[in-house]
Design a protein around this ligand. Structure first.
Ligand SMILES: [Zn+2]
Length: 253
């Protein structure tokens, strides 16, 4: 272990740790993550720290697996536990975006094609209104040449956060995507509905005929999106309540 272990931002309420662990299981149950992928939240009292599970399949995460990190993604309390290689995605987004309180990284399969072919992802329905503000694509090759495609250090995380800018979702070419939010619940909601929206857009393009210009789909527009997104962040939490209840019924926390 490094001899300059960062100081903890202080204790976190057990129910928040349980919600973060539950978020991993929810994302697995919703088909957003599988053996890979992760969700983090910013420390509720220390904005220079964030919380994320140790390197573990998301469906297996428990509150005891959660590690605290500084924004350079150094662990405060690893105690021999191993960290996700791609934790820098989270640390660098928290550094660049003070408004972001939670981050999901996944390789959810329906989303990946949009990072490969240059067809813009658009908001196909109200639950995915947050996509109407634009979905940039991070191509790791542009700055780093041929790599294993993983965001496995600080500079790669910085480059991803730069491409993401002020958006809430970014695609990662030949890899996956990132979804962010002002709360853990919103970030999970966005990750789930980015995957659902991708499926609907594939169906829409199939229905309209291949070669359809994605910019001509009658998608949620930029005037409608802020209105719909307010509803998603309030009434849309019904989805979180459902998913959270299902996890609690399975594991008792
Ligand atoms: Zn990844």
């Amino acid at each position: 272990m490094s001899d300059n272990v960062p100081k903890s931002g202080g204790p976190v309420a057990p129910e928040l740790m349980a919600d973060l662990a539950a978020a991993s299981r929810i994302l697995a149950a919703q088909g957003v993550v599988d053996g890979f992928g992760h969700v983090s939240m910013r420390h509720p009292k220390a904005p220079e720290r964030y919380l994320m599970a140790r390197s573990l399949a998301p469906a297996l995460v428990t509150p005891a697996d959660i590690i605290e990190y500084d924004l350079d993604s150094n662990a405060c309390n690893a105690n021999g536990r191993s960290s996700f290689l791609e934790r820098f995605i989270h640390g660098e987004i928290y550094k660049a975006r003070p408004d972001v309180m939670a981050v999901v990284h996944s390789h959810s399969p329906s989303v990946i094609p949009f990072g490969l072919v240059g067809v813009p992802m658009r908001a196909m329905f109200h639950n995915a209104a947050f996509l109407a503000f634009g979905v940039p694509t991070f191509d790791i090759r542009e700055k780093f040449g041929a790599t294993d495609l993983l965001v496995s250090n600080g500079p790669k995380g910085v480059a991803l956060a730069q491409v993401m800018g002020k958006k809430d979702v970014a695609l990662m070419r030949a890899h996956g995507s990132v979804a962010c939010g002002p709360t853990l619940q919103t970030a999970v909601f966005r990750a789930v509905y980015t995957e659902v929206n991708a499926r609907i857009q594939h169906w829409t393009i199939a229905l309209a005929g291949s070669g359809t210009d994605a910019t001509r789909i009658a998608a949620v527009d930029e005037d409608e999106a802020p209105l719909a997104d307010v509803i998603n962040r309030t009434a849309g939490m019904r989805a979180w309540d459902l998913w959270r209840t299902q996890v609690r019924a399975q594991v008792g926390w």
